[in-house]
Design a protein around this ligand. Structure first.
Ligand code: CMP
Length: 143
C-alpha cells in the first residue's frame, strides 16, 4: 500500500493545528501508521532537506524546522502521496486555494504549516529518516 511522510512544521505545532490537520487525513480515509512529536536536530533537518542544500534559503529553512517541535507522521492509502499534496495546497500559502491546509491556515512561504513527500522515492527516503521500521504499525482498516 502506498505510504507518505507528512510533517506539521513548528508553526503548525505552535498554533495548535495538529488535531485539525490529522482529522483532515483521517476523515479523507487515510490510515495513520506512525506519528511522533519531536524536536529535530540540524543534522536530521539537513538530511531531510538535502535537495534544497544549494538554495539561498537553505539556512533559514533548517533554522526554522529546528526552531521547535514538529509532528512527524507516516500515512498510507491509495494515492496518498498525490492526494495529500492536493489537500496541503500550493507551497506558497498565499497561492494555495481555500479549503486546502495551507490555503486555510498559512500566509508565509517560509512558514507554510506542513510538509508532504512529493514522490514515492521521497516518501520512502523521508519515512526512513524519521521512523525506524518498528515504529510503523500495520493494522487492518475495518471501515
Ligand atoms: P516544503 O514543502 O517543506 O519544502 C521546502 C520548503 O522550503 C518549502 O516547503 C517552503 O516552506 C520553503 N521555501 C520554499 N521557497 C522558499 C523561499 N524562497 N524562502 C524561504 N523558504 C522557502
Amino acid at each position: 500500500m502506498e505510504k507518505t511522510f507528512l510533517m506539521v512544521k513548528p508553526d503548525g505545532v505552535q498554533r495548535a493545528l495538529i488535531g485539525d490537520i490529522v482529522a483532515r487525513f483521517e476523515k479523507k480515509g487515510y490510515q495513520l501508521i506512525g506519528a511522533k512529536l519531536m524536536q529535530i536536530s540540524k543534522e536530521t533537518a539537513s538530511l531531510h532537506y538535502a535537495e534544497h542544500a544549494e538554495r539561498p534559503f537553505f539556512g533559514e529553512l533548517v533554522d526554522f524546522i529546528t526552531s521547535g517541535p514538529v509532528f512527524a507522521m507516516a500515512w498510507q492509502g491509495e494515492g496518498v502521496i498525490a492526494t495529500a499534496r492536493q489537500m496541503m495546497g500550493k507551497t506558497n500559502p498565499r497561492e494555495a486555494a481555500p479549503g486546502t491546509i495551507r490555503g486555510d491556515f498559512g500566509v508565509a512561504l517560509n512558514k507554510n504549516v506542513i510538509h508532504g513527500s512529493d514522490s514515492p522515492e521521497s516518501a520512502e527516503r523521508e519515512i526512513s529518516i524519521f521512523f525506524k521500521e518498528e515504529e510503523l504499525v500495520s493494522y487492518t482498516k475495518l471501515l
